[in-house]
Design a protein around this ligand. Structure first.
Ligand code: ZN
Ligand code: ZN
Ligand code: FE
Length: 785
């Protein structure tokens, strides 16, 4: 006897070959009916024997091919309507259901093994075709205008399929069955090579274009290369002159540059890699992975490394993820720098005309194509912690430094749904935003630094395009407390209820939200700076957090730090501020080596301001503490990019030192504080005693670990809570993450580390979104300490 069921499938099921999979399954089970995408996922309307229907439902959940992921199946019996075959029907867009979670959008996927094989097969009609893809790989999010995911709603709509492609697209047995970006040399996008001077006479022949680009790279030139989510700037990674030119033109003086290598074996020539790192490198998401450099190299490689990643021991490595990258890497033979096509910290260029305008002064040539990019998306960056350590600690943990291509815009499930759709605007640097509908939080790709006008425009435009793409009409707007962040300014321009969320509350909330936890927790939020609810600049915080509210339990003792934002680029100022505090205004007691390096007038001017008591808001910033130590030990008195001093401090710290510095909680204050004075005085003594910088740096890291433990123990005594969420930019420091989580586990705490979003401000929007959802649900007013 036949039955009919309508099955609603939820999860990541669009743009991943899910409908063809259902078609194969239904055909095998002799079922009739259809499958189609809908605004929530997919619907299967199907008739057949009861057993076969049960088998279908089971197989949907157990056999869906990567990267499809079924999160839920709901079925309903319906009266028979006698289908005669099984088909893939056109997508169906449901009208607005504002409470329901938005349909997941598939991130872009690296070229699969089968497509790669075709690329190198002279018999294939896609031999050396740079835009080869299939239902399992290729661009997705970056070419989509709207959901459901269909070719007509992508930038591939501009290309009419040829007969051969059409046949593959319509054949359920073909790997390209319903592969929306399907293309071939006859009907798909073409590669062109252009120079800024002679933009219009492009070398449009694909082999010619590739050859011209390779010639430029071999001559030490800088190539602007259009990829999946935007333009990259590429040059020979072993050509020191080319690297210097790139840095100069891009305005990126010292910040590490990532390299693309052909495969894991090539990565192994530069770095030490374990299986987990290799897995990450080769994953379909293809992030940049921060790897440890090998101990020794041939001299020309060492010179290049010094230029690529000055003063740190890691190197960001990425493998090819488009057919064009594969062709380029195979021909070029060596590592290529692959860095975002922009001026330092601006959003990545993705529009062709814009790229030409913005990159003409940087690039000598452009390797580009005519498939438009609908949404920009930078490469993601991940680091891995070492594998040893206790269970529940950080061993073998992947840490996001930047979550973007390959991951965005997959949503994160909130601990509880929001009663209203909302948008959270994030911070000021490493900008991302987060849209929420129901229980789904869609965290955006990396936007960049909002200090640049282009960053602000990109944030505003991307929010509008996500709202369209996901069909979310935000009615509440969460933003940082800081009135001068451009994200806060944007919040004032948007209509809806405005909810201000304190920076460190948001950091901790982000960590709890991604773990699906709605319970009270201790939060250790350590970063560079965030405005506190007392108008001081916070950054070394111990909080008690529960949903919409938080309490500040303790913090690093305030120091006065004249110079405001300028201080972040001038570690010597932080050193002076901490010395002033530790030696009660007597800078003459500072280590003589440090004093002799400082310009007397600058130091005098600073002292005058400190003496006057008009130094501006006090700060508990952890970032500035790291800066202070870096300056004290002579590592760096001025920095050229954010967190440079802290990164170098981590890099020089030796692995064996077990010494630490004195750490005590001062309970006389409410909230309590931890005074850095004893540590600063001990470090000054160590410097005078001639201890090495690497030993002092290591002992300082140990002391910071001890501060976490002592602070957490104090917080546990106050609250009875052992759950500790670790968040903020400081927890990008792999050494500290490892040491802190190990020590916390040993003392009976349950440390929570970020797994899905970065601990830095790139994850802030998720925390703001979760706090706002709690405020809307609990009806609480804007939370405060
Ligand atoms: Zn493929
Ligand atoms: Zn074709
Ligand atoms: Fe922060």
């Amino acid at each position: 006897m036949l039955h009919r069921r309508v099955i609603a499938v939820r999860g990541l099921v669009q743009g991943v070959g899910f409908r063809p999979f259902v078609h194969r399954l239904a055909t095998r089970l002799d079922l009739k009916g259809f499958v189609r995408n809908d605004a929530q996922g997919a619907t299967i309307d199907v008739e057949g024997e009861e057993d076969a229907l049960d088998e279908l439902v089971r197989s949907l959940q157990t056999e869906a091919p990567f990267p499809a992921a079924v999160s839920g199946v709901r079925q309903q019996s319906k009266p028979l309507c006698s289908y005669d075959r099984f088909t893939i029907a056109d997508s169906h867009r449901d009208t607005h259901d504002t409470d329901a979670a938005p349909v997941p959008v598939t991130p872009d996927l690296a070229t699969c093994a089968e497509c790669l094989e075709e690329l190198g097969d002279p018999e294939s009609r896609r031999y050396r075709y740079p835009f080869t893809n299939c239902a399992r790989c290729g661009p997705r999010f970056t070419i989509m205008h709207a959901v459901p995911y269909d070719r007509s709603r992508t930038t591939m709509a501009a290309f009419a399929m040829c007969d051969d492609c059409r046949r593959e697209y319509e054949d359920p047995r073909d790997r390209r069955f319903h592969a929306q970006p399907i293309a071939c040399p006859r009907c798909g996008p073409t590669l062109t090579y252009r120079t800024p001077e002679r933009w219009l006479d492009a070398t449009a022949v694909r082999e010619g274009a590739l050859t011209a680009a390779l010639a430029l790279l071999r001559a030490g030139g800088i190539l602007a290369l259009k990829g999946i989510g935007g333009y990259h700037l590429a040059c020979d990674a072993l050509d020191v002159e080319a690297l210097r030119r790139l840095r100069l033109r891009k305005g990126r003086e010292a910040k590490p540059l990532a390299v693309m290598v052909a495969d894991a074996a090539a990565a192994r020539e530069l770095c030490r890699i374990d299986e987990r790192e290799e897995e990450l490198l080769e994953s379909a998401q293809r992030p940049i992975v921060l790897l440890s450099q090998r101990e020794s190299h041939a001299q020309h490689i060492q010179c290049a490394l010094n230029e690529l990643v000055p003063a740190v021991r890691t190197l960001g490595v990425i493998l090819p993820y488009t057919p064009l990258h594969h062709l380029l890497m195979a021909e070029f033979g060596g590592p290529l720098v692959m860095t975002s096509g922009n001026l330092s910290e601006e959003p990545i260029c993705h529009d062709d005309d814009e790229a030409r305008d913005r990159l003409a002064a940087i690039a000598d040539g452009f390797l580009t194509h005519d498939r438009r990019i609908a949404s920009p998306c930078d490469d993601s960056v991940l680091a891995r912690t070492p594998r040893s350590g206790p269970a529940g600690g950080a061993a073998g943990h992947a840490l996001f430094v930047r979550r973007s291509r390959g991951f965005a815009p997959r949503h994160i499930v909130l601990p509880r749904p929001s009663p209203e759709p909302l948008v959270a605007l994030g911070g000021h640097q490493k900008s991302t935003f987060c849209l929420v509908r129901g229980g789904a939080a869609v965290l955006s790709h990396h936007i960049g630094d909002l200090a640049h006008p282009a960053g602000y425009v990109s944030l505003r435009d991307s929010i509008a395009s996500y709202e369209r793409l996901f069909g979310i009409d935000a009615r509440a707007i969460a933003h940082d407390l800081h009135p001068d962040y451009l994200s806060t300014r944007l919040a004032r321009e948007l209509s809806g209820r405005s909810i201000a969320v304190q920076h460190h509350h948001a950091h901790v909330a982000a960590c709890l939200a991604e773990h699906g936890l709605h319970e009270r927790a201790i939060g250790i939020a350590w970063d560079g700076a965030g405005l506190g609810s007392d108008n001081a600049i916070w950054g070394g915080e111990f909080l008690l957090v529960e949903g919409a509210s938080f309490a500040r339990l303790g913090h690093l003792r305030y120091v006065s730090l004249p110079g405001g934002d300028a201080a972040a680029r001038q570690p010597w100022r932080s050193a002076a501020a901490h010395l002033w505090s530790a030696f009660e205004g007597d800078l003459s007691r500072a280590p003589s080596a440090w004093l002799s390096r400082q310009e007397a007038e600058k130091l005098d001017a600073l002292s005058t301001v400190l003496q006057s008591g008009l130094a501006g808001p006090p700060t508990s910033s952890a970032g500035r503490l790291f800066d202070a130590i870096a300056s004290l030990i002579g590592l760096r008195d001025t920095s050229r990019f954010e967190a440079q001093a802290a990164m170098e401090l981590e890099a020089i710290a030796d692995a064996t030192t077990e010494r630490s510095y004195p750490v005590e909680v001062d309970e006389r204050a409410e909230p309590w504080w931890i005074d850095c004075g004893p540590m600063i005085r001990a470090i000054a003594e160590d410097i005078s005693a001639g201890r090495s910088s690497s030993e002092i740096a290591a002992a300082f890291h140990n002391a910071v670990r001890d501060i976490f433990v002592v602070g957490a123990e104090h917080a546990r005594d106050q609250t009875g809570i052992s759950l500790v969420a670790l968040s903020g930019g400081v927890f990008q420091n792999v050494r500290l993450v490892n040491a802190a989580s190990t020590a916390l586990v040993e003392r009976g705490f349950t440390p929570l580390l970020h797994r899905l979003v970065p601990p830095n401000d790139g994850g802030l929007a998720l925390g703001q979104a979760w706090v706002a959802a709690c405020v809307l649900r609990d009806g609480a007013e804007a939370p405060c300490a």
